[in-house]
Design a protein around this ligand. Sequence first.
Ligand SMILES: [Zn+2]
Length: 465
Amino acid sequence: MATLTFYGAAETVTGSKYLVEADGHRVLIDCGLFQGVKSLRKRNWQPPGFKASSVDKVVLTHAHLDHVGYLPRLIKLGYRRPIYCTPATRALARLILLDSAMNQERDAEYANRKRFSKHKPALPLYTRHDAEQAIRLMRAVKRNQWLQASGPIWVRLHDAGHLLGSNMIEMEIRTQDPPIRLLFSGDVGRYNAPLYHDPTRPPACDYLICESTYGNRNHAKADLLEELADVMQRTTARGGVALVASFAVGRAQQLIYLLQLLIHSGRIPRIPVFLDSPMSVNATHIYYDHREDHDLAEGQLSGRRSVLKGPNVHLASSVEQSKRLNKIDGPAVIISSSGMMTGGRILHHLRRRLPEARNTILLGGFMAYGTRGRALQEGAPTLRIHGRDVPVKAQIESVSGLSGHAGREELLRWLAPLPAPRQTFLTHGEPDSAQALAETLTAEQGWAVSIPAWGESFELSGATS
Ligand SMILES: [Zn+2]
């Protein structure tokens, strides 16, 4: 008997964890952190719903925190076996996990120092030591080759075009002939996106586990460079600082490159650009090392290392350098993380820049429910940061073209060639979004679609031979 259980990314966009069990073997697909509202974040502290030491292997779709960020906790709970992923995912996950562990330690330390936590003392969810142990267990595997994950459970990775090293995971449970076939979409990338390949055409499957982040929305058709030019022109005219919350990996590199294009073509003045994230600098080198994963002709990073080191581009690695940015007067750009403003250096910049009307806070991607990014998008008059309510006077702008997720039309385009699966599970989407996509797939394709709840299990059966 084979089962599939949804331990995360069920009716929400974070915490991806899907457990497949067959003949006593257990394979976990992704091991993500819950992010967003407190009720979700609390789940990171609860037992995950399965025994960590009973899992035989973990296979990762990609390195984003909502797909790998729970790994160090899993190790703390007793997991000691290999974690399979592509080489680029391993390299990026190393940065992301160490950064996450550092943020956990720093936030706990800050809460203790300022005494605003109810918990005495406030503890980190995991430490750098736990993250290092997780990194040591990561084994790089090649795409497009079948790999025996555990017992009858085999996996094969295909480029998802969402982030360097990102994959969809095809799975066969070979307990019968023909085997039971599953396809985990991971996060589906976009067509013709700078840097990345288009998502691979999905292989046929009995069970499809598909993300639905943008199941009810399309991305604006506006040209990304035009959108960015418009926002930057208005901000520089006011003499303000544009504060950009960006995932340090992938989007930050794209942003600097696009800003430099605007400056070089004379569309915006030669303003200083501060990259306040040591992780971003390291990530750029990983991009150079894994050229097989991205389209350099489109990304135009090849031969342009100087783009990240131009006279107007400043890298802030140390905490002191980061603090000094508080004294910067506009016009200028500060790019910092985390992307949804849930933690990290961006919080200090928000406290400094939010109360002034001449500044711009630029939101560059999906903002999950309950995050500060989402609150700003929805027009919150104040933002709670480090136990204080900070007034929102700055201009709040969104640039939709920077999202790494397929929009609704792109998701449907990706799904179009797929023969109807026996069952489709929509995950990694908030309820409205998953529901909208489910209705379309049911009404237009006649597919059997369900939206699993957190912890819900399904029995799997293959085609009869
Ligand atoms: Zn992702």
